[in-house]
Design a protein around this ligand. Structure first.
Ligand SMILES: [Zn+2]
Length: 252
């Protein structure tokens, strides 16, 4: 059984210090990175992977001014990039979503989780335990304590065609997803298991909670690729990939 459609949804962008994308570069220059969310149309209903940045970032590139992130992180989000508006364009309301897979609880992946108060939010235990009550996980919208979290440990088959893979390193409980679609077969969404193709293929270190663990997770994904031969591998924040299209209204 496969997933009917996988939509890649653009949900804004953020500028990040280049040293976060490539640890071999010196800090001091910002690079722009696309931010994504993914909608899966399955036999069990629509499933969302990641919820983008919080609504408090809308037209607010100065959000981190005066904090330790000033000059290192600049969010770019329009009203049209909020999760509610993005879903509306695809034809859904937030209440329609059957489950949210949170790859991890960073600001550019879990900012819209609060829009899904009645929806299971699937998260690794290590991520949940690290993020709650931890102010490094800014803003607060990414670590709301009272959502319907469904905590998992390790790899997990969510529904036919949707397999969650534990890929810790970038964050303590990061997870990637393999989606097998009618049109494309297996598609690997690394999420922030690798920011870019360059990080992935050349083992180029990027911003990670535990770089060694991140490299090990990339190794596991590479082994898996040898087994399942995905037709598409989509990385967390790769500009080249973003320019090649295949985003909504196109689908995989
Ligand atoms: Zn990210």
């Amino acid at each position: 059984m496969t997933v009917k459609k996988l939509y890649i949804l653009s949900v804004g962008s953020c500028e990040l210090d280049q040293s976060a994308v490539n640890r071999n570069l010196p800090p001091g220059k910002l690079v722009n990175m696309p931010v994504w969310s993914f909608l899966l149309e399955t036999d069990d209903g629509p499933i969302l992977i990641d919820t983008g940045m919080p609504d408090s970032f809308v037209n607010n590139p100065d959000y981190y001014k005066g904090t330790k992130r000033e000059g290192r992180l600049v969010p770019h989000m329009l009203e049209s990039d909020t999760m509610v508006n993005v879903l509306k364009r695809v034809g859904y309301r937030t209440d329609d979503i059957k489950a949210v897979i949170s790859s991890h609880l960073h600001l550019d992946h879990a900012g819209g989780n609060g829009h899904f108060r009645n929806t299971p939010i699937i998260i690794q235990r290590a991520e949940f335990d690290t993020a709650m009550n931890n102010e490094d996980y800014s803003p607060i919208e990414c670590r709301l304590p009272d959502l319907q979290y469904q905590i998992i440990d390790g790899d997990y088959d969510l529904v036919p065609g949707v397999k969650i893979l534990s890929t810790p390193g970038h964050s303590p409980g990061h997870q990637s997803v393999i989606v097998t679609t009618e049109k494309s077969g297996p598609v690997l969404l690394t999420l922030d298991g690798a920011y870019t193709k360059h990080n992935f293929e050349n083992n180029l270190p990027f911003l990670s909670f535990d770089p060694e663990m991140a490299a090990k997770s990339i190794g596991h994904l590479k082994e898996l690729i040898q087994e399942i031969h995905p037709k598409v591998i989509f990385f967390g924040h790769d500009n080249n990939q973003a320019s090649k299209g295949r985003t909504f209204p196109d689908f995989l």
